[in-house]
Design a protein. Structure first.
Length: 138
């Protein structure tokens, strides 16, 4: 079941080096206008639609369920829901050093639209740049 608590658990497992999102924070995001949750508690995309743009806030897959196609399925479902809500384009930020995520997004038609140097802290390591990726939904 995709409760905020289950989503928070998956997020924490997927990103152990980051501060997790609490169940309350996730519930707040889900309650916001234009919020879209696609997938399930094992792999999900959480985003929002504002006017004609869809922003992916996070895509998280529990490590026990990686390489099962769940992230791609959740991303496809997000695209469908966002387009149905009126979005023309989707965008997101991804760490430049996250090769697996970049490959997933490239396979789904995302292209780089920008770069933010030093965006993601790496706890004692040099920070990683954020790549801004976009794709058309229609």
């Amino acid at each position: 079941m995709s409760t905020p608590a289950a989503l928070a658990t998956t997020y924490a497992a997927a990103f152990p080096q980051e501060r997790g999102w609490s169940a309350g924070e996730i519930a707040g995001l889900l309650a916001a206008p234009g919020a879209i949750l696609a997938g399930d508690a094992t792999s999900f995309v959480l985003g929002r639609v504002t006017l004609d743009e869809a922003e992916i806030l996070t895509l998280a897959t529990h490590p026990d369920h990686r390489r099962e196609g769940r992230a791609g399925a959740a991303l496809d479902a997000f695209h469908t829901a966002a387009a149905a809500a009126g979005a023309q384009t989707a965008f997101l930020e991804v760490a430049e050093d996250n090769a697996a995520a970049r490959a997933l997004y490239a396979a789904r038609g995302y292209a780089q639209a920008g770069r933010r140097p030093g965006y993601y802290s790496r706890g004692g390591q040099p920070p990683a740049a954020a790549l801004i990726l976009t794709r058309l939904l229609r």
